[in-house]
Write a protein that binds this ligand. Structure first.
Ligand SMILES: Cc1cc2nc3c(=O)[nH]c(=O)nc-3n(C[C@H](O)[C@H](O)[C@H](O)COP(=O)(O)OP(=O)(O)OC[C@H]3O[C@@H](n4cnc5c(N)ncnc54)[C@H](O)[C@@H]3O)c2cc1C
Length: 284
């Protein structure tokens, strides 16, 4: 990559790159096939550090089918099984997905729940980037020219943390992806993480809604025993929708997407804690 500069691109699964080249949107003289780099398909769970390491040639399918990922990171295994279709999952990589930074993507959203790290190598050496810094906007990352994402490291959530991720959409790619992770103490939320993606320019965590939910009793929120529970969730949903900065596009209008975020915050929280959301019960 150092030798060819702008004339070269890294090529992993090619599911984005080759499409863009065929459309004439990107033009390169050289493609550097990173799958030929020994160890690039490393998918390893470090039980001591309790971290998953995902190499640059690890496909969505490998993550979907890894028994270790299923056992230690069930949310990731389930989410990966719903990325694209089986043909894309067979060759497309998680790292390629992150580096292309197409806004309608799943991994850049669910990895925010884990505070994952991107390990990067360039001609000037190695650096580590917090996952929320990697994607900067539509088709834009903080990677410098010639830098390669060599691994994504994903710390495991504590055993006491309950987490879920759901996507929604009618097109091939998600209109919305939303993840929630919570730690409960005596039925109340002691810690919360909320990640929202696909509706806006880049996926985001929503610290204001996370803080707002701390101390709230989860049964009050989801059982809607009181109107107060419903309005707390609605307020948190509004915070999440605002933080995600939804845009009008082929997937829908801004207000539609804001509504989706509010609805899915409740659904995904309910899925995480194993409860049925009140709004679905009344609909049934
Ligand atoms: C029909 C279809 C449906 C899809 N549906 C979904 C979906 O539901 N959810 C979802 O999340 N995604 C979806 N995708 C996107 C899919 O997940 C990505 O296309 C795939 O993961 C990209 O990986 P790749 O290995 O093919 O990347 P490539 O096409 O090989 O590369 C993509 C870009 O990243 C660069 N790159 C690749 N690897 C690295 C690296 N290690 N370091 C630096 N730069 C690198 C390349 O130079 C290129 O610019 C869909 C794609 C298609 C075609």
């Amino acid at each position: 990559m150092g030798q060819h500069g702008d004339d070269a691109a890294l090529y992993a699964g090619g599911t984005e790159l080759l499409l863009a080249m065929k459309e004439g949107l990107l033009r390169y003289e050289h493609l550097v096939n990173l799958k030929t780099v020994p160890g690039s398909d490393r998918l390893e769970y470090d039980g001591f550090a309790r971290e998953l390491h995902i190499g640059p040639a690890v496909t969505h399918r490998a993550l979907e089918h890894s028994p270790e990922v299923a056992a230690q990171f069930p949310l990731i295994a389930a989410a990966e099984a719903n990325v694209a279709n089986v043909r894309v999952r067979n060759v497309g990589t998680l790292c390629g997905n992150l580096c292309f930074a197409e806004p309608h993507s799943d991994p850049s959203t669910f990895l925010l729940l884990y505070d994952a790290r991107a390990e990067v190598q360039g001609t000037n050496g190695f650096r580590t980037i917090a996952i929320d810094q990697l994607v900067q906007g539509p088709y834009e990352t903080c990677l410098e020219d010639g830098e390669m994402l060599t691994s994504v490291s994903v710390p495991q959530l504590g055993p006491e943390i309950k987490a879920a991720y759901q996507k929604f959409g009618y097109h091939q790619r998600p209109t919305l992806g939303l993840g929630v992770a919570v730690r409960l103490e005596n039925g109340s939320i002691a810690e919360a993480r909320i990640a929202v993606g696909s509706v806006g320019p880049k996926p985001v965590r929503v610290p204001e809604a996370e803080d707002f939910l701390v101390g709230k009793n989860v049964n009050d929120l989801l059982g809607h025993a009181s109107q107060a529970g419903a309005s707390v969730l609605d307020e948190a949903g509004q915070m999440a929708a605002q933080a995600a900065q939804p845009i009008d596009d082929l997937h829908g209008a801004t207000d539609y997407k804001e509504h989706l975020v509010r609805v899915f915050l409740e659904r995904v929280l309910a899925k995480a804690v194993g409860a049925e959301p009140a709004s679905q019960r009344s609909a049934a």
